[in-house]
Design a protein around this ligand. Sequence first.
Ligand SMILES: [Mg+2]
Ligand SMILES: [Zn+2]
Length: 195
Amino acid sequence: MRDEGRPAIFMDRDGTLSHEVGYVNHASRFRLYPWAVDAVRLVNRAGWLAVVVTNQAGVARGYFPESVLDEVIGSLEAQVVAGGARFDAVYVCKHHPTAGRPPYRTDCDCRKPRPGMLRRAEAELGADLRRSWVIGDRHGDLQLAWNVGARGALVKTGYGLGELSYHAASWSRPADLVAENPLDAVEAILSREPS
Ligand SMILES: [Mg+2]
Ligand SMILES: [Zn+2]
């Protein structure tokens, strides 16, 4: 663990940066939320790492080829760059423990809420996980954060409002922050913890 690392804001993709539409099995189905680029730019300007962490088991399940995933990630990155922002990394888990065929069918360590993608950011980018946050619309995104000693922000976009309304009361730990959308989440995180 590197003490001198930079804090990161890890962002889920579907339901957080982009509309939750089920499996994005064609690039035409991918639609970024209007505030997504502003959220990433704010993270950049604060000097924090901006990293996408997304489970895309549709590849393992055979719902869409890996080329669709590449196209969608390319579109996401291009739209962010066009808005004057950038991701330090985009990490994707394409695996599923029981569906599909190897190499995609595997009990990997990167399928959220397992911490593989965050550990990768620690190793490759020098992310200081204990000062980092995960922003997402599912309980699993919060568990991902807690699994490495980071904090989790739940957004009300995507599945978030339903998670909050019907499930959050039974969670053993509440979200460290609840926000309307990722831009509000980033603003709240950075105002709490100026770097
Ligand atoms: Mg999501
Ligand atoms: Zn994986």
